[in-house]
Design a binder for this molecule. Structure first.
Ligand SMILES: NC(=O)C1=CN([C@@H]2O[C@H](COP(=O)(O)OP(=O)(O)OC[C@H]3O[C@@H](n4cnc5c(N)ncnc54)[C@H](OP(=O)(O)O)[C@@H]3O)[C@@H](O)[C@H]2O)C=CC1
Ligand SMILES: O=C(O)CCC(=O)C(=O)O
Length: 422
């Protein structure tokens, strides 16, 4: 096959995702037709969500569900509640889900959803109404064999319980397999809540060892103190890594001898934000990315490491807890500076791996122990890390290009063998 794929220059997450795909297609020798098919989602749904506020006024919100690919199984991916949600962002996130599931050999395609809303500005009752209406609107395209949502930024297990209930009420029976990341009492899996963070830390420890840095001598900074970042900091600390800085959207906190993470957790639970923690110095959020650390874990939003700040990144290893935190231009700078970047589609896959375990358990109505979940998660993360590293080394590729090539190849094979690419 010829390799005439114009490489787009990325200014948005979608352009970045397409640039990564174009590079993988070029390495794999795929033609423009295959690139086009994989660069575009199979199905997109945009919905209006009328919301009656607690004060009686009505607002109209917008939501999306993008199903990027189904060739390996039902679509799968989180639902984001954030003011930054737009269709292109959801398209990029859905594409990365396809690669993530393929790379980890989880039998799903990729999807993502989102509602443009700042959840902090709404009451719990309002968020329940938004969630139920969004679920009703997208329910024709979701289901255990079609597309299975899960939590992402601004959503949590309560959101998933409302989604499952809304979907189940319309069907007339309980459908536990329609979403994952549910509370344990309604068919959630042990270990799902911390799975993304555990997976990030399994890979981070292997990456540090590969870089010749003993965990007990490593210093780390974590951007984002939500469902992923908070537990990443704790699990790194448990492994003997000294966590010297963390941040949220309001700012960062820094302590050169390591943060007292238990006290920090109590502070954030009490105040709702990282800044103001008395056990460290205040730092602006962007400076955290440029600290002199061995390990940097971006675990917040996309495009935080860009061409403008990448030259100042001093971390030796970056493990992407977030989806899309590094732009392609920054990737090139980091590679030139010999920074080891463990890409999102590998690093943060622990969440979807245990979502898959949850779906399997729900479909069989048979529940595994926490140890079973954890050991199967660790095996899958660490084996895939080794597979990506070996592929990168053998073919002189970055870890991102190696991981994307392995994933894209698996999806393309499924297309070809099913005859979806005549
Ligand atoms: N949850 C999961 O299972 C998975 C999540 N991911 C990815 O991990 C990332 C984080 O998700 P998750 O933890 O679930 O989301 P949460 O909503 O639980 O937390 C997001 C965190 O990021 C912070 N944040 C937002 N913007 C910035 C910023 N500019 N600088 C620093 N911090 C910021 C938020 O701050 P504040 O608290 O102040 O709002 C919050 O602490 C996302 O990219 C998501 O797609 C990937 C795989 C699975
Ligand atoms: O658990 C899932 O199904 C998906 C989690 C997710 O959205 C992600 O990995 O980015």
């Amino acid at each position: 096959m010829s390799t005439v794929i114009p490489v787009p220059t990325a200014a948005t997450p979608l352009q970045g995702a397409r640039e990564q795909l174009a590079e993988a297609c070029a390495v794999l020798g795929y033609d423009q037709g295959m690139y086009q098919m994989l660069a575009n989602p199979r199905r997109e749904v945009t919905v209006s969500i009328p919301l009656r506020r607690d004060n009686g006024t009505v607002e109209l919100l917008t939501g999306h569900r993008v199903q990027h690919n189904f060739s390996r199984g039902p679509a799968k991916g989180g639902v984001r509640f954030s003011p930054a949600v737009d269709l292109d962002e959801v398209r990029a996130l859905a594409m990365w889900m396809t690669w993530k599931c393929a790379l980890l050999d989880v039998p799903y395609g990729g999807a993502k959803g989102g509602v443009q809303i700042d959840p902090r500005q709404y009451s719990t009752a309002e968020l329940e109404r938004v969630t139920r209406r969004y679920t009703s609107e997208i329910s024709p395209v979701i289901g255990p064999e079609r597309d299975i949502p899960a939590p992402d930024i601004g959503t949590d297990e309560q959101t998933m319980a409302w989604m499952m209930d809304t979907f189940s009420v319309a069907r007339g029976h309980t459908v536990t397999g329609v979403v994952t990341g549910k509370p344990i009492s309604v068919g959630g899996s042990l270990g799902r809540a911390s799975a993304t963070s555990r997976g990030v830390v399994h890979v981070a420890l292997d990456a540090l060892a590969h870089a010749g840095i003993p965990a007990t001598r490593a210093r780390a900074a974590v951007q984002g103190y939500g469902k992923v970042g908070r537990d990443v900091a704790t699990f790194l600390d448990d492994a003997g890594v000294c966590v010297i800085a963390v941040s949220d959207q309001y700012g960062a906190i820094y302590a050169s001898n390591g943060l007292d993470l238990k006290a920090l957790r109590q502070h954030v639970d009490a105040t709702g934000q990282v800044p103001g923690f008395p056990g460290g110095e205040a730092l602006d959020g962007d400076s955290l990315l440029e600290l002199d650390v061995d390990l940097l874990v971006p675990a917040a939003v996309e495009s935080v490491i860009r061409a403008d700040n990448a030259p100042r990144v001093r971390a030796r290893v970056i493990v992407e807890g977030a989806n899309g935190p590094t732009t392609p231009a920054a990737d090139r700078i980091l590679a030139d500076n010999r920074v080891l970047v463990v890409p999102d589609i590998l690093a943060n896959a622990g969440g979807v791996i245990v979502s898959y375990f949850e779906w399997v358990q729900a479909n069989q109505a048979y529940w595994w122990s926490a140890d079973d979940v954890e050991s199967r998660l660790a095996d899958r993360m660490r084996n895939t890390w080794r597979r990506v590293l070996d592929h990168a080394t053998a073919n002189h590729l970055t870890l991102r290009t190696a991981a994307t090539c392995l994933a894209v190849q698996s999806v393309a094979e499924a297309h070809k063998i099913r005859g979806l690419y005549p």
